[in-house]
Design a binder for this molecule. Structure first.
Ligand SMILES: NC(=O)c1ccc[n+]([C@@H]2O[C@H](COP(=O)([O-])OP(=O)(O)OC[C@H]3O[C@@H](n4cnc5c(N)ncnc54)[C@H](O)[C@@H]3O)[C@@H](O)[C@H]2O)c1
Ligand SMILES: O=c1ccn([C@@H]2O[C@H](COP(=O)(O)OP(=O)(O)O[C@H]3O[C@H](CO)[C@@H](O)[C@H](O)[C@H]3O)[C@@H](O)[C@H]2O)c(=O)[nH]1
Length: 445
């Protein structure tokens, strides 16, 4: 089947390559000529494990192409909408301008019977809005939200936990379902569960999923704050909670809070949706979740101040990590960058190390120094802050690393290091949500 993917950023590039690997002929449409050039060379313009190989396989097979030319999408049976839905510049709701522009640009090339499948994360009601724009084209609309995570996007796409179809009511429903079933046949045949529902439910499934993850993270971070107050250890507590199958161990790693291009903005968009529809209790709950997340970042800055004796003015701090999580080069709403900026604003000399964040990103933050390697950030520093748990940081040798520092002090904002090993090597160690605790809970069978 020929399919098009409209918008080839973190989601669209992966989706296009995945569709090609499932055997479809794929045209990826993207207005950014630099991204198209890079993708067409088989060199994705961002870091995503496994993507380069998948894109190169697609290009070599002849089933995958990238273009800036909208007419290339003509003749596709399914058009996947993967454009951005960022937070609006001056409000908390989602900015739908990329969605509407993408649909308008698609209209001249749609044929009756084509399926337009929205994969972007959108507020409830967006499908209704988009379907009115599609009127007269003869195309059908489905909302088919995507759940991949950056850093494991390729494997998440090839082995999804579920596929959701939001379909219109009426006679065309089964026809659209058949088309989507054909597109996803290799995954469905492999046992991936499929949920078929209406547009509004599909839209809400995605918002509710991200808000739930955010809620779990803010819950454990708030509990972590209590742990710090009473000298308890949130890492041991999370381990014990996670062994309860009803709770589950995922999204219980306490630290400096969640970031990225999805959870924060989707949580805020969901807040607006709840408020707009008069569900004040949900809005209040989500607002607390958002507030606790902001606090987690702020408390990291406060801990740094305390560890430096009450002031960071002129003090050298080495920050390990700029990306919002490991295995991505994405700094959208990154807690690490936010905390580094907070400390620079307090007067610290902050050097940030990240193995992947591209150099053009650094130019936007003249108040920070950027280096590639941990050693460069930590040499002569009196506080190290681990804020993104890249393997090269987690694997640092505490004794060797201590020799680089003017004072060996470690704030572990991801609870990724072994406090006993670091303390034994002479470090003053402080973990988010565990303070100076030594990690007093161990699992045994
Ligand atoms: N990043 C993720 O892991 C992820 C996962 C699931 C869902 N989502 C959702 O997917 C959507 C895209 O997210 P992203 O992270 O890929 O964003 P992104 O900014 O990386 O990618 C969006 C791309 O769309 C392009 N674009 C903008 N206007 C366009 C137009 N009119 N026509 C064609 N292309 C256009 C942009 O140039 C950009 O390359 C968002 O709604 C997001 O919430 C993202
Ligand atoms: O135990 C944990 C797990 C995650 N995080 C943080 O939470 C944030 C989000 O992490 P993750 O969910 O892995 O990253 P995303 O790639 O943003 O993926 C989320 O957002 C995507 C876009 O909507 C969805 O598709 C995914 O299902 C959803 O997990 C990051 O800052 C992580 O560091 C923690 O602090 N502790």
């Amino acid at each position: 089947m020929k399919v098009s993917v409209i918008g080839c950023g973190y989601l669209g590039a992966v989706h296009a390559a995945t569709m090609a690997s499932l055997g479809h002929t794929v045209v990826g449409l993207e207005p950014d000529a630099t991204k198209v050039w890079a993708l067409a060379q088989g060199l994705p313009p961002f870091h995503e494990p496994g993507l380069q190989e998948l894109v190169q396989e697609g290009l070599i097979s002849g089933r995958l192409e990238f273009t800036t030319e909208p007419s290339a999408v003509a003749g596709s049976s399914v058009h996947f909408i993967c454009v951005g839905t960022p937070q609006a510049k001056t409000a908390m709701d989602a900015d739908l301008s990329q969605i509407l522009a993408a649909i308008d640009a698609l209209l001249p090339y749609l044929h009756p019977g084509d399926v337009v499948a929205g994969k972007s994360t959108v507020p409830v009601g967006t499908s209704e809005l988009v379907s009115r724009r599609l009127e007269g084209s003869g195309a059908f609309l489905a909302w088919n939200p995507e759940f991949l995570r950056q850093g494991s996007a390729v494997s998440d796409s090839l082995h999804p936990e579920r596929i959701v179809y939001g379909l219109p009511s009426g006679g065309n429903r089964s026809r659209i379902q058949t088309v989507l079933d054909t597109v996803y046949a290799p995954l469905l045949d492999g046992g991936t569960p499929r949920i078929v529902t209406d547009w509004a439910t599909a839209e809400l499934i995605k918002s509710a999923a991200n808000a739930f993850l955010a809620m779990k993270l803010s819950y454990i971070n708030a509990v972590g704050e209590l742990c710090e107050q009473v000298g308890a250890d949130v890492v041991g507590l999370s381990l014990a909670l996670g062994l309860d199958g009803r709770i589950g161990a995922d999204y219980l790693k306490a630290g400096v809070g969640f970031g990225g291009g999805c959870l924060p903005k989707d949580l805020r968009s969901f807040r607006v949706q709840a408020k707009d529809h008069g569900v004040d209790s949900l809005e209040e709950l989500l607002s607390l979740v958002d507030g606790i997340n902001a606090d987690a970042r702020y408390r990291a800055g406060e801990s740094a101040l305390r560890m430096c004796g009450g002031s960071v003015v002129g003090r050298r701090i080495g920050v390990l990590g700029a990306a919002f999580k490991a295995d991505t080069d994405d700094v959208r709403d990154s807690p690490a960058l936010d905390i580094a900026l907070q400390l620079a604003a307090e007067g610290a000399q902050v050097t940030v190390s990240d193995p992947r964040v591209p150099e053009h990103t650094w130019l936007a933050y003249p108040q920070l120094s950027f280096v590639r390697h941990a050693e460069q950030a930590l040499r002569g520093a009196e506080l190290a802050m681990l804020l993104t748990p890249w393997p090269e940081f987690v694997g640092l040798d505490p004794a060797e690393t201590a020799l680089l520092m003017s004072v060996p002090r470690m704030y572990d904002g991801r609870n990724a290091l072994d406090p006993v090993a670091w303390k034994t090597a002479g470090w003053e160690y402080y973990g988010a949500g565990r303070g100076m605790a030594l990690g007093s809970v161990q699992a045994a069978h």
